[in-house]
Ligand binder design. Structure first.
Ligand SMILES: N[C@@H](CCC(=O)N[C@@H](CS)C(=O)NCC(=O)O)C(=O)O
Length: 229
């Protein structure tokens, strides 16, 4: 592979593949754009869907986070980023599909981007309220679905950095994540110790939003649900 490029936006879902590229230790170019107020026009030439992340391997353009994670994993099969056994691979895809389709698009999409769900601006508040409720239901499901410091198996897989993205968004939204979701917080506390995570955060110029090792959260705020990351 002679050229690897990742289009990302600071703190967006693209943080997950950004971390994975650091994990596998390849040289790549990280191209930052800001999408909070909508994707910039320059993104259209590489992804007509106007979304990050976008991975470009030589001349091959890959969009959609689960596909991008699959491509990164295939660059370093020895890292077993989808797990070591067939069942771990299956569970990794189970997490990816749910995180991408339900947690991101349905829950946070309703909260941050109500215009995707209705052309009637009068509906936005109701859509955001439902999105906020769904976010918390999803976090309850994450907490119930975690049984160790990793989402799948005994080591890091693609599910861990993807879960981290939504943990950060939960903190940004004012949820006391360590108090309400201690297993989720423990996964994040362990994850952020990795040099790959620290390097990706530094590149993106963002805070970790991770709990202190002691379990005392860095951020304690009252619920402030209707803000975008
Ligand atoms: N289905 C896509 C969703 C990507 C997506 O929605 N990315 C957000 C950032 S987290 C984005 O680019 N938003 C720009 C916009 O909505 O204009 C994936 O899984 O990669």
């Amino acid at each position: 592979m002679s050229s690897i490029k990742l289009w990302y936006s600071p703190g967006a879902c693209s943080l997950a593949p950004h971390i994975l590229l650091k994990e596998i230790g390849v040289d790549f170019e990280a191209i930052g754009v800001e999408v909070r107020q909508g994707a910039p026009e320059e993104l259209r030439k590489v992804n007509p869907k106007m979304r990050v992340p976008v991975l470009v391997l030589d001349n091959e353009v890959i969009t959609e986070t689960p596909a991008i994670m699959t491509a990164i994993s295939q660059l370093a099969p020895e890292k077993h980023l989808f797990g070591k056994t067939n069942m771990e691979v299956i569970h990794s895809y189970e997490w990816l599909n749910w995180l991408s389709g339900t947690v991101h698009v349905q829950a946070f999409g309703g909260l941050f981007r109500p215009a995707r769900f209705s052309d009637d601006a009068g509906m936005y508040a109701a859509i955001q309220q439902k999105g906020w409720k769904t976010v918390q239901e999803c976090f309850d499901a994450v907490e119930a679905g975690l049984h160790s410091a990793h989402a799948v198996g005994a080591d890091l897989t693609v599910a861990d950095p993807y879960l981290y993205v939504f943990y950060r968004w939960g903190v940004s939204g004012g949820i006391d994540m360590p108090a309400r979701y201690p297993k989720y917080a423990a996964l994040v506390a362990k994850l952020v110790k990795r040099s790959a995570v620290q390097a990706a955060l530094k590149d993106e110029g963002i805070e970790s939003h991770a709990p202190e090792v002691s379990g005392v959260p860095v951020v304690r705020q009252h619920a402030r649900p209707l803000t975008a990351d």
